[in-house]
Design a protein. Structure first.
Length: 661
């Protein structure tokens, strides 16, 4: 509450006060403008109620006592959105000279309804987006819409009831748009001009939302409410504005470059796992939306992955593994180039997408590996092909290269997983060793359709995604039944992981750590000893692990560590609504933009119980260590992006070498 009161020092109330003290309220054009602004705030208030009601099950565990603050603090974000999206409306309303009344009123109503409905539209989109990503969408939403593989029409048909509610909302706003008096006159010219500049200044401050150096951003909601209420407190336009404004971050200087480098030491070399003479084939399988919640072998009970459960008994399983983000576009740079996702937008969509990067396929192709990537969606989808081509030599296979598109297309994203995995198995059988080949599945993506022939075999259970998860698990089974017959199987290492988790019925999987938990399995019965590994692991560790198995001793730049290295600390890095965090299970340290740290303990065994924030004395020592490491990693990440240092050629003896973009 104290933080909220502090923000109320903003001039929003002064703006209202300045209007109310003016004489002749009912005939005053400023009073009419104020009525319309309050009407818009009321619409967004109702929109927030609908958002919380529609997603109430996804806010399980969030303290209900904070709901009044959620709505009160939400007004700050709503004012910010209304200033931006109704800017033309404000301008015409406040102009200090008379316009043709007929055209002026028509223009005002049109601009008001259009701007307000854009805000409501984005809020409605996020009512479904949140279910999958556990957050509101940012600027990446426009990339998703423009992506040729994204079935926008499919979403409209699948969520038709939201479209009806949206159209109803548009009609109601149009119908009850506050009208002005039949006739009113402007005050004297100098008064009208004074009012124009006075209220414009207040609107400018309302757009900033703060007197501080930086404007109000979506992650500032965490100062008002519990982290689980952040998405309800803000609105979608705020997240759009925040993510756009952070496309180019400012340099960080917590430490000198040399000190930062020594703390993190991203330039690595690894010792070959099997000696230089042996180069195993490596197959990387990235499963769409396979969060830990769905995997029986990670929960000690049957879930939705019976085949993976059986396969895991013969593999090396990492029990505390985390994704780098919660979108597919964040996973590929993390897995293939060990690039964390610590911006509000995926690296692929950022201003740094053309930086010099050396991915794992760069090193493997130079070592004689045939490198390939298979994705059954339309070519160009998610920007995967562009990133992979920029970061190394690789052969990309998408929908254009698939031979049976007409019969095997799922009608939404691409090729059904079973058919595409069979195709992938046949492709592998024709490759000459050594090869590094990857596949990214897609059927377990919203709208979670499965082939008609399996509608009675894989039925919907608690959530729509569950039937799609079970179908893809079955498709994996048929894939391995094919590949087991391949004579190269015994010389092949399979790395199985997920791009990110998806929605859940458990409160735990919406915590700052639970929302990133995924499987990582190394499967090669003849080459890798089965078992369980308890050390914290992440997407970032896959790159150096592959380097070790491929026997490549050249230096490389990576934020991760070899998954088999038991001598160094392994941590996971994430960004959650502008809050960077480092995870060393069961601890999570979060760094807020105001340089405030918050550390908590969250054991998997607690599940639906609340997070423990209070640390004892021994845990305080760990917190100090993680604070230093998180600052160093975050600084190295941001400055490496800004100065194009995300490769080993940009460093010499622990010092950066300036390389132009």
């Amino acid at each position: 509450m104290e933080n909220f009161i502090k923000y109320l020092k903003l001039p929003h109330l002064f703006c209202i006060f300045a209007v109310l003290i003016m004489q002749n309220y009912k005939e005053n054009y400023l009073f009419v403008w104020l009525k319309r602004c309050l009407f818009a705030l009321a619409v967004l208030f109702l929109s927030r109620i609908l958002f919380i009601f529609y997603l109430f099950n996804y806010f399980q565990g969030a303290p209900l006592a904070e709901l009044p603050i959620v709505f009160l603090a939400g007004v700050l974000f709503d004012i910010q959105a209304l200033v931006y999206f109704l800017a033309p409306f404000h301008l015409i309303s406040l102009l200090p000279f008379q316009l043709n009344r007929k055209y002026r009123q028509f223009s005002l109503k049109f601009l008001f309804v259009l701007g307000l409905m854009l805000i409501v539209l984005f809020n409605f989109i996020d009512m479904e987006f949140y279910k999958v990503k556990s957050r509101r969408s940012g600027i990446e939403l426009f990339e998703l819409i423009s992506d040729p593989s994204n079935p926008v029409l499919s979403y409209i048909f699948n969520y038709w009831w939201l479209l009806i509610i949206l159209l109803l909302a548009i009609y109601l706003v149009y119908r009850f748009y506050p009208k002005g008096p039949s006739l009113y006159t402007l005050p004297t010219k100098w008064k009208a001009t004074m009012y124009f500049f006075l209220i414009s200044a207040c609107l400018a401050l309302g757009a900033r939302g703060s007197f501080s150096v930086k404007p109000l951003r979506s992650f500032d909601a965490a100062a008002f409410v519990d982290a689980r209420w952040v998405s309800a407190c803000i609105n979608s336009p705020t997240q759009l504005i925040t993510s756009y404004s952070t496309l180019t971050p400012s340099p960080l200087n917590y430490f000198s470059d040399e000190v930062c480098f020594n703390i993190v030491n991203p330039i690595q070399t690894v010792k070959p796992a099997f000696g230089k003479a042996f180069q195993p084939n490596i197959v990387l399988i990235i499963l769409e939306s396979f969060g830990r919640d769905y995997c029986g072998f990670l929960n000690n009970e049957p879930r939705y992955t019976p085949f993976l459960d059986s396969l895991s008994k013969e593999g090396l399983v990492f029990l505390n593994a985390y994704s780098s983000g919660n979108t597919s576009m964040e996973s590929v740079p993390a897995i293939f180039a060990s690039i964390p996702s610590l911006l509000d937008v995926p690296y692929i969509n950022s201003n740094f997408q053309n930086n010099r990067v050396k991915g794992i396929h760069h090193y493997l192709s130079n070592a004689g590996y045939d490198c390939s990537f298979y994705y059954g969606a339309r070519n160009g989808s998610m920007g995967f092909d562009n990133f992979l081509n920029i970061s190394g030599k690789i052969n990309y296979f998408g929908l254009d290269e698939y031979p049976r598109t007409k019969t095997d297309f799922d009608g939404s994203w691409g090729i059904w997983d079973e058919e595409y995995l069979h195709y992938f198995a046949d492709e592998l059988s024709n490759k000459k060793p050594p090869f590094f080949s990857s596949i990214f599945t897609l059927t377990s993506h919203d709208p979670y359709k499965i082939p008609q022939k399996y509608k009675n075999k894989f039925v919907e259970k608690d959530l729509p995604i569950h039937k799609a998860i079970t179908y893809t698990d079955y498709a994996l089974k048929t894939f391995f039944q094919r590949i087991w017959k391949n004579p190269q199987f015994n010389n092949t290492i399979f790395i199985i992981t997920a791009d990110h988790p998806s929605h859940s019925k458990s409160e735990y999987f919406y915590t700052p750590t639970g929302k990133y938990e995924i499987p990582i399995i190394l499967y090669a019965p003849k080459l890798i000893q089965p078992g369980f590994n308890l050390k914290t692991s992440s997407h970032l560790d896959i790159f150096p692990t592959i380097m070790r198995y491929a026997g490549i001793e050249k230096p490389f730049f990576s934020f991760g560590r070899d998954l088999n290295d038991s001598t160094t600390r392994r941590t996971a890095l994430n960004m959650d609504y502008g809050v960077s965090q480092i995870i060393e299970y069961p601890y999570c340290l979060r760094l807020f933009p105001n340089n405030r740290f918050l550390m908590h303990y969250q054991s998997k065994q607690t599940l639906n119980k609340h997070i423990r924030y209070q640390m004892d004395s021994s845990e305080s020592i760990l917190q100090k260590e993680l604070e230093i490491e998180l600052k160093a990693r975050y600084q190295l990440y941001i400055n490496s992006l800004l100065y194009n240092r995300f490769n080993n050629d940009a460093w010499q003896n622990g010092k950066p070498i300036q390389i132009s973009k």
